[in-house]
Ligand binder design. Structure first.
Ligand code: PMP
Length: 452
C-alpha cells in the first residue's frame, strides 16, 4: 500500500467531514502550517505568496509583530477576553482611535455601534438603524454588490446562484445599475456608464410610478469586491451622495472590504470627498481578528437599547489587534505604500494586457485590483468586449497555486482574478508576485489551447 502523505491525509479528512458548503478549500487544496507577512507555508514546507489575505482582512499580512505583541499584552495584563459590550479602557482607546481616523466632518457628529463579529452582522445592523430612523422600508442596492451571507444581506447582494433556492428573503430590495464600465449595463461604456447610471437613479427616485416605496437607505461598496473588483467612478460617488442627500435617503457605504487603507485612503469614500451617513467596517478593522462596527451620524441614533445585540460584541483581543493595526498604518505611512504598490501592479498588469488578448480589463483602486479574463475567440458584446472566460480564469488560478501564488477568482462568471495582497507588500514581493502571475497566465493559455 502506498503511504499517504500528511497533506493528503489532512485534506482527505477535511473533505470527508467538513460541510459541502465550504468554499476556499475547493480551489485551494492547502493545509497551512504557518504564515508570516505575505508568505504562507504549508505542511509540506511549500511556500506561497498570499494575495488573498484572508479575503482582505490581513491588512498587515499574517502575524505582524505589532499584532502578535498586542495579543500577548492582553493576555499578560489579564484583560477579560469577553465583555459583551461593556466598557474597558482598551475598548475606549480603540473607539477613540477610530474617530481620529475619520474625516474631520465626521469626528464630532458620529456614533459607533459594536456588532457581532462579521461584516454581514454590521450590514444587518446598518439596515436596522436606518429603518428605525427613517421608518422607510425599501432598500436601494446595486447589481453586483455583495454584503454578506446571512439571509438579509444576501437579499441585498447581486449573486443569484447563491440565493436561487432560498425562499422569502428580505422583500423591498431594489437593485440599481452599478457603474461597471467594462460591462456597461447601458451598452455604452467608459465615463458614459457612470453618467447614465446616475441619471437613471435620479429619475427613478423622482418617478411617482417607480414602484419603489419610501426608501430607508442606499447601500453600496465604492469598489465592488466579490462583484469583480469594480471601482465606482468618482463623479458617480459624488452624484450618489447628492442624489440621496437631496431626498433625505441615508447613504450607507459598505467599507467591509474597502476600508482601513485597502484602496489607498483610510476609508474608500474619501477618494470622492463625500461624507456618508453610515459606514460599515469589518475585516481589517479587527487587525486579523473578528470585529465589525457601524459608524453613523448622530441624528440616526434613534434605536433603543438592545436594538441590535449579539453575544460576541466585546472581543477585546480584536480591539487590541485592531488598535495596533490602525496605529501601525497611520504611523508607518502604509497608505503611501498601498498607492506605490498599486501603481506598480497596474503597470505590470497593463504590460501583460498589451501582450495577452485574454486579459480584457485591468481595474481597481489601491490594492483591490481585478483582471477580467476574456475569450478572444468568442463574440464581442455590444461595447466591443470579448465574453468572460471562466475556464481560463480558473486555470490561471490553478497554475498560480501550483507556482506558489494564492489569488482569488470572483466576479460575474468567475472570470475576474482578484489581487488583495497585504497593504505592507514590498516592492520586491510585488515584482515576484507579478512574475509568478505572468508565468501562470502563459501556462494556462497554453493548456487551454492544447485542450481545444
Ligand atoms: N460586505 C462586503 C463588501 C464584503 O466584502 C463582505 C465579505 N466578503 C461582507 C460584507 C460580509 O462579511 P462577512 O463575510 O464577514 O460576513
Amino acid at each position: 500500500m502506498m503511504a499517504i502523505n500528511t497533506k493528503d491525509m489532512y485534506l482527505e479528512l477535511q473533505n470527508k467531514k467538513e460541510s459541502n458548503a465550504k468554499s476556499y478549500p475547493v480551489r485551494f487544496p492547502l493545509v497551512i502550517e504557518k504564515a508570516e507577512g505575505i508568505m504562507i507555508t504549508d505542511v509540506e514546507g511549500k511556500v506561497f505568496y498570499d494575495c488573498l489575505s484572508g479575503a482582505g482582512t490581513l491588512a498587515l499580512g499574517h502575524n505582524h509583530q505589532v499584532v502578535t505583541q498586542a495579543i500577548e499584552d492582553v493576555v499578560k495584563q489579564k484583560i477579560p477576553l469577553h465583555t459583551l459590550d461593556l466598557a474597558t479602557p482598551l475598548k475606549i482607546r480603540f473607539m477613540q482611535e477610530i474617530f481620529t481616523l475619520l474625516p474631520e466632518e465626521l469626528r464630532e457628529s458620529t456614533k459607533i455601534h459594536f456588532c457581532g463579529p462579521t461584516g454581514a452582522d454590521g450590514v444587518e445592523a446598518a439596515i436596522k438603524l436606518v429603518k428605525n430612523a427613517t421608518k422607510g422600508k425599501s432598500i436601494l442596492a446595486f447589481q453586483g454588490g455583495y454584503h454578506g451571507s446571512t439571509q438579509a444581506t444576501m437579499s441585498m447582494s447581486g449573486n443569484l446562484s447563491k440565493k436561487q433556492h432560498l425562499q422569502s428573503l428580505l422583500p423591498d430590495v431594489h437593485f440599481l445599475p452599478f457603474p461597471y464600465e467594462y460591462r456597461c449595463p447601458f451598452g455604452v461604456g467608459d465615463k458614459q456608464t457612470a453618467k447614465l447610471s446616475a441619471q437613471y437613479i435620479e429619475n427613478l427616485l423622482d418617478d411617482p410610478e417607480s414602484g419603489i416605496a419610501s426608501p430607508c437607505g442606499m447601500i453600496f461598496e465604492t469598489v465592488q469586491g466579490e462583484g469583480g473588483a469594480i471601482p465606482a467612478d468618482i463623479v458617480w460617488l459624488k452624484e450618489m451622495r447628492r442624489i440621496t442627500a437631496e431626498r433625505g435617503i441615508p447613504l450607507i457605504i459598505d467599507e467591509v472590504q474597502t476600508g482601513i487603507g485597502r484602496t489607498g485612503e483610510m476609508f474608500s469614500f474619501e477618494h470622492a470627498g463625500i461624507i456618508p451617513d453610515v459606514i460599515i467596517c469589518s475585516k481589517a478593522i479587527g487587525g486579523s481578528l473578528p470585529m465589525s462596527i457601524v459608524i453613523y451620524k448622530e441624528e440616526l441614533d434613534q434605536w433603543n437599547p438592545g436594538a441590535h445585540i449579539g453575544t460576541f460584541r466585546g472581543n477585546q483581543l480584536a480591539m487590541a489587534t485592531g488598535l495596533a493595526t490602525l496605529k501601525y498604518i497611520k504611523e508607518n505611512h502604509i497608505l503611501e505604500n498601498v498607492n506605490a504598490r498599486s501603481y506598480q501592479i497596474f503597470l505590470g498588469l497593463s504590460a501583460l494586457q498589451e501582450k495577452y488578448q485574454e486579459i480584457g480589463d485591468v481595474r481597481g483602486r489601491g490594492l483591490m485590483i481585478g483582471i477580467e479574463i476574456v475569450n478572444p475567440h468568442g463574440h464581442k458584446d455590444r461595447i466591443g468586449h470579448y465574453p468572460q472566460f471562466e475556464e481560463l480564469a480558473l486555470t490561471i488560478q490553478e497554475r498560480c497555486f501550483e507556482n506558489g501564488l494564492i489569488i482569488e477568482v470572483g466576479g460575474r462568471h468567475s472570470a475576474v482574478m482578484r489581487f488583495l495582497p497585504p497593504l505592507t507588500i514590498t516592492e520586491n514581493e510585488t515584482s515576484e508576485v507579478l512574475k509568478v502571475f505572468e508565468k501562470s497566465v502563459m501556462e494556462a493559455i497554453q493548456m487551454i489551447k492544447v485542450n481545444d
